[in-house]
Design a protein around this ligand. Structure first.
Ligand SMILES: [Ca+2]
Length: 453
């Protein structure tokens, strides 16, 4: 069903780390101290260390989490800048030197865990939230956010046989373990598309799945309709569940769906054109045909945004250390991972996940439109429409930095991203939408929902 396109020839590379000898010597003392701390921490937290190591492998998405977030507890040497889980008494606003916007921070009436799930705007000030583990909450925003109904899980109906119809059951579809779970949602009228990790019992591994659910807003319900896409191959544990991508966006029409897939922390699979690992997939929703649209991606877990004014497909992805990128995605192009990157390996990794390239460049591959050094944990992309309220912001993009706990306004001129202005700090924004009137809706990893006043 999936038809891979021709990709650039695979460049042979060897598994080799280039560590500067002088660096190694000057850092020896610090490394010794860190080793002692690590040893003590490991002694105290033996059961959690495996998870800590996995989480530490990508600080672009892991840094600065609240101590309340589960994987952070087990990360022994990290220092948290602040506890963003507390409600602020200070007025909160987007503060650009080219204009401001007041915000109100609401507490969500449920708990989600890291990395948290997406949300959708419904009608009449109603919002639908999906947690990492696939619990769906219908809410209404008044002075506070109120639950309309208890949670419902994303399930699939499994019919019993004619002989024993009583064995019919509802099966949870989401593989929710460690950093795996629901990755994104997309509402198209009465359809709700959801991407999530799922477990393939036949192949004993995880896949990224996209399913369509019928959205019954009158009864605040979601009903499984059909499976749209499954990544291949199934990836066996251990893998990093926050590095699987899973962002969804409609393309030039409502029958064209784009899906980003990360490397599952298996970079050697990315340049293999027989896999869907590290790719952007284009899906025709009418014919249910899927094709590889672009390749060479590491962790496109931030955002996928299609600009219908310009027909540009934008993708943000978590690079290695110092290599977060915003890419303008074009058909058939190769974005370089794991052969090239402007970033480098995390010193504490030393595990052979990244081959490195000597000059930290993107030669011979599609270059990012913008790179972030240090990595900010690049998040979702939203566009500020031509609202007539702020000429300076018209048609600019706003992008979340999760690790940096900042929101950036990206000045856009034609297809060029000119600069990134930090305009809000202190919030780890997981999902962001901006409506046609320029109102912001942002969900954080700390059970907050931030809305324009
Ligand atoms: Ca790249």
């Amino acid at each position: 069903m999936t038809r891979p396109i021709a990709l650039q020839p695979l460049v042979k590379f060897s598994l080799k780390f280039r560590v500067n000898k002088k660096d190694r010597t000057s850092k020896a003392h610090n490394m010794h101290q860190i080793s002692i701390i690590l040893f003590l921490a490991c002694s105290l937290l033996p059961a959690k260390f495996a998870l800590a190591e996995a989480a530490a492998a990508d600080t672009t998405d892991n840094a600065n989490r609240s101590p309340a977030s589960p994987p952070a507890e087990s990360y022994p040497i990290h220092v948290f800048k602040k506890d963003a889980g507390q409600a602020s008494s200070e007025p909160v606003k987007i503060n650009s030197i080219f204009g401001t916007q007041n915000l109100k921070v609401h507490k969500l009436p449920f708990e989600d865990s890291y990395p948290t799930g997406p949300f959708e705007r419904l009608d009449n000030n109603q919002f639908l939230f999906i947690t990492k583990c696939g619990d769906v909450y219908f809410t209404r925003l008044e002075e506070e956010i109120k639950l309309l109904k208890p949670a419902k899980s994303l399930t699939k109906f499994i019919p019993g046989s004619d002989d024993s119809p009583d064995e019919s059951s509802a099966k949870n579809v989401v593989y929710c373990k460690d950093l795996s779970g629901v990755k994104d949602s997309l509402r198209v009228n009465n359809s709700l598309f959801v991407s999530y990790t799922t477990w393939d019992e036949t192949y004993n591994g995880a896949r990224l799945a996209v399913s369509e659910f019928e959205l019954d807003t009158a009864n605040a319900d979601v009903i499984f309709k059909r499976e749209i896409y499954l990544s291949r191959p199934a990836i066996k544990e251990p893998f990093l569940g926050h590095q699987v991508g899973g962002k969804l966006v409609l393309g030039e029409n409502n029958n064209t769906l784009f899906l980003s897939i990360g490397d599952f922390s298996k970079p050697e699979r990315v340049q293999d054109k027989t896999t869907s690992i590290g790719k952007v997939i284009k899906i025709d929703l009418q014919r249910l045909n899927a094709e590889v649209y672009a390749t060479g991606l590491r962790s496109p877990s931030g955002g996928l945004f299609y600009d219908r004014d310009t027909n540009e497909l934008w993708l943000s992805e978590h690079g290695p250390r110092g290599g977060d990128e915003i890419n303008l995605i074009k058909k058939g192009k190769n974005y370089g991972w794991p052969i090239v990157s402007y970033g480098t390996i995390y010193e504490r990794d030393g595990m052979g996940n990244y081959y490195g390239n000597k000059f930290n460049n993107h030669d011979n591959y599609e270059k990012p439109a913008m790179t972030f050094v240090p990595s900010v944990g690049i998040g979702q992309i939203a566009k500020y429409a031509d609202t007539g309220k702020n000429d300076y912001w018209d048609n600019d993009y706003f992008v979340a930095g999760m690790a940096s706990m900042s929101l950036y306004r990206i000045k856009k001129e034609g297809p060029n991203l000119v600069y990134a202005e930090p305009v809000l700090s202190g919030y780890r924004i997981r999902a962001i939408k901006i409506d046609a009137q320029g109102n912001f809706y942002m969900k954080t990893d700390h059970n907050q929902f931030i809305v324009s006043e």
